[in-house]
Ligand binder design. Structure first.
Ligand code: 13P
Ligand code: SF4
Length: 309
């Protein structure tokens, strides 16, 4: 049987041979986060990928994140441990349906969440992430009508934060966050009366209304670590526990189960394993390949977002 430590040794050796950088999203298994060169939210990982000057990026996250890395640094080989590490938000917005929506709504600026396919990005005016969605929408002149996609809960949150009335929102949802029921947050609050609630904006509006803080995965971690409170109910995927407990070992973190899996894990993110990471580095496959045409069209909306800082 291969032990975790011998697998890690193999991965580190392959990483050296390949001139690779290992990126891990906060929702990856702890053992993957432990071998990574950088852990972050989708925006932080995109920036890390953009500035990398080695040969290979092994992206331990979901496919759209790896596509974004390739888009921002196209001369690098970008591999993902499991090709089927997808995202329910990507599936919720097929590009032909977006084209039809745009045709029905001429004159609208299209703001797409980074959790979209590369084809959808190519049809967009600007991209946003959970970290900067409010700033991205605020950067668009007041009065300009907006199409926001594909996450309904993030869209409603951004609409409420920016006060934009003329913003239409696609009806997509994350199977993890959108199925966190408010009543389970209420019972967690009565079980842990001293705990503060920190939520990802993909959660339902009723959950966001009960929250003391709303932000991206990294923003949630930073807020919980820096806050003077010592107990938190964390309304996002439980992979963030890894960094939370490392950075604030004396604090307590409680997770709430959703109604999809009765857990708080993203089944797509959890498809990646150390074995698959080793194989991806060995075979340089599954590998992201993008045509010159799609690269050209999808890069501008992503670069517009990054230029906002
Ligand atoms: P972050 O941008 O906060 O990393 O979120 C990505 C994601 O997929 C949330 O479910
Ligand atoms: Fe997609 Fe939700 Fe998984 Fe994030 S947690 S990758 S939004 S399915």
């Amino acid at each position: 049987m291969i032990t975790t430590s011998s697998l890690v040794d193999e991965i580190l050796e392959l990483k050296r041979e390949r001139g690779a950088m290992l990126l891990a999203h906060h929702y990856q298994e702890s053992e993957i986060q432990e071998v990574a060169d950088a852990i972050g939210d989708s925006l932080e990982l995109a920036r890390r990928a953009q500035s990398f000057d080695g040969q290979v990026i092994a992206f331990c996250g979901v496919w759209f994140m790896a596509e974004t890395a390739k888009l921002l640094n196209p001369s690098k080989v970008v591999v993902v441990p499991d090709r089927d590490a997808g995202c329910s938000l990507v599936d919720a917005c097929p590009v032909d349906q977006l084209r039809a929506w745009k045709a029905r709504n001429p004159g609208h600026v299209v703001v797409s969440y980074i959790n979209t396919s590369i084809e959808v990005k190519a049809e967009s005016d600007i991209i946003c992430t959970s970290r900067n969605a409010v700033d991205v929408v605020n950067s668009i002149p007041a009065g300009q009508p907006i199409l926001f996609l594909p996450d309904l809960n993030l869209g409603n949150y951004v609409k409420q934060q920016t006060g934009r009335e003329n913003m239409k929102i696609w009806q997509g949802a994350c199977i993890v966050h959108a199925t966190f029921p408010a009543r389970r947050v209420l019972s967690a609050r009565s079980e842990y009366p001293n705990a503060l609630v920190a939520s990802h904006p993909e959660c339902p509006a009723e959950v966001l209304r009960m929250s003391d803080f709303i932000g991206s995965t990294s923003a949630i971690i930073d807020w919980c670590v820096k806050h003077s409170a010592s107990e938190f109910i964390v309304m996002t995927e439980s992979g963030v526990r890894h960094s939370l407990e490392k950075l604030a070992p004396a604090k307590q973190f409680h997770f709430v189960a959703n109604e999809n899996c009765n857990c708080s894990e993203c089944p797509y993110m959890k498809r990646n394993t150390l074995e698959k990471l080793r194989d991806a580095l060995l075979n340089l496959d599954p590998r992201v390949e993008l045509s010159a045409e799609i690269l050209e069209r999808a890069r501008l909306p992503v670069e517009r977002m990054l230029a906002l800082r």
